[in-house]
Ligand binder design. Structure first.
Ligand SMILES: *Cc1c(COP(=O)(O)O)cnc(C)c1O
Length: 285
C-alpha cells in the first residue's frame, strides 16, 4: 500500500542518511555550523539573494517573514485558501498583530487586479495594507501553480504601491520543474521566499527563508524568540543540501504520477454510478 495523504510523510533515502551522518557540525546559534552555513549560502545563490536562514518548519519561515514585513495594525493580502491563513494556527495575528484581507482566487491563485482592488486607502480606521503573500504551488488549490508571467504584474504593483511581496514556496520546486523557469528569475520578483525541504524533496525536517543579508540578520532574532535557534543542525542541513543536489529533478516524477491519479479520479467522478469504474481504474495505472 502507498500512503498518499501528503508528501510530508516522505523519508530520507539511504544516500541522504549517509550524507547526514557525514556532516561536519557546530553550534548554529553562534553561526558556527559549517553545514548549515553551506546550505544557507547555497540557497541564497540559487535565488540570487544575499542570505538565507535554515528553520525547523515552513510555518516558522512564513511567520518570521510576516513578522519582518509588517507592524501591528498592518494587513496581509492573500488568497482565502492560503496556508498562512488556513494552516498556521492564526499565527499572523498571534506573532505579528496583523489582520488579513482574503481574496477569492482561482484554485489559490490571485491576480494583480484583485490585489490592487484590495489595497486599502490610508484612513485611521483601516488597517494598513503592507504585505502580499503568494503560494506556489497552491496547496489547497490542488497543486495549481503560477508562471513568472502571472507573478510579474503582482510584483510591479507591489513595487509601485510600496507593498512587500513574500512567496510561500513550500512546493516551489514542484512548480519550477513544470514551468522550466529558474529560481533566479523567481528570486528577482520577491522580497522573501520560503521553501520546504521536508516535502517532496525528502529531507526529514527543515525549511529555508531567503532574502537580503540585513533582513535575514534581523530575521534570525525572530527565529530565536520563536524557539527556532538550533545547535548542531548541520546533520539536518546536510539532508537539505543532498535534497537540493539530487531530488529537485525527481519532483517531475511526483508531478506526473499526481496527474495520473487526477485523471483516474476524474474518470471515477464521471463513471462512479456505472460498472465502468473498475476497468477504467485498472487501465489507467
Ligand atoms: C507544508 C507547507 C508549509 C509549511 O509547513 P510545515 O509543516 O510547518 O513545514 C507552508 N506552506 C505550504 C503551502 C505548505 O504546504
Amino acid at each position: 500500500m502507498i500512503n498518499l495523504i501528503s508528501d510530508t510523510i516522505t523519508k530520507p533515502t539511504p544516500e541522504m542518511l549517509h550524507a547526514m551522518l557525514q556532516a561536519e557540525v557546530g553550534d548554529d546559534v553562534f553561526g558556527e555550523d559549517p553545514t548549515v552555513n553551506a546550505l544557507e549560502t547555497k540557497a541564497a545563490h540559487l535565488f540570487g539573494k544575499s542570505a538565507a536562514m535554515f528553520c525547523p518548519s515552513g510555518t516558522m519561515t512564513n511567520q518570521i517573514a510576516i513578522k519582518m514585513h509588517t507592524n501591528p495594525l498592518d494587513e496581509v493580502i492573500c488568497d482565502e485558501n492560503s496556508h498562512i491563513y488556513q494552516y498556521e494556527t492564526g499565527g499572523f495575528a498571534f506573532h505579528s498583530g496583523v489582520s488579513i484581507q482574503l481574496l477569492k482566487g482561482n484554485y489559490g491563485k490571485i491576480t494583480a487586479a484583485q490585489v490592487e482592488a484590495a489595497i486599502k486607502p490610508a484612513y485611521d480606521w483601516l488597517p494598513t495594507s503592507k504585505l502580499v503573500v503568494l503560494e506556489n504551488t497552491c496547496n489547497k488549490g490542488g497543486g495549481s501553480y503560477y508562471t513568472l508571467n502571472e507573478i510579474e504584474p503582482i510584483h510591479r504593483l507591489c513595487k509601485s504601491k510600496g507593498l512587500k511581496l513574500h512567496l510561500d514556496g513550500a512546493r516551489l520546486f514542484n512548480a519550477l520543474v513544470e514551468t522550466q523557469e529558474s529560481p533566479l528569475e523567481v528570486g528577482a520578483l520577491f522580497d522573501s521566499i520560503s521553501v520546504c525541504l521536508s516535502k517532496g524533496l525528502g529531507a526529514p525536517i527543515g525549511s529555508l527563508l531567503i532574502g537580503e543579508q540585513d533582513w535575514i540578520r534581523q530575521a534570525r532574532r525572530f527565529r530565536k524568540v520563536m524557539g527556532g535557534g538550533m545547535r548542531q543542525a548541520g546533520y539536518l542541513a546536510a539532508a537539505g543540501i543532498y535534497a537540493l543536489d539530487h531530488h529537485v529533478g525527481r519532483l517531475k516524477e511526483d508531478n506526473d504520477r499526481a496527474k495520473i491519479i487526477g485523471q483516474v479520479l476524474e474518470h471515477y467522478l464521471l463513471w462512479s454510478t456505472s460498472d465502468l469504474l473498475l476497468p477504467i481504474l485498472l487501465s489507467s495505472t
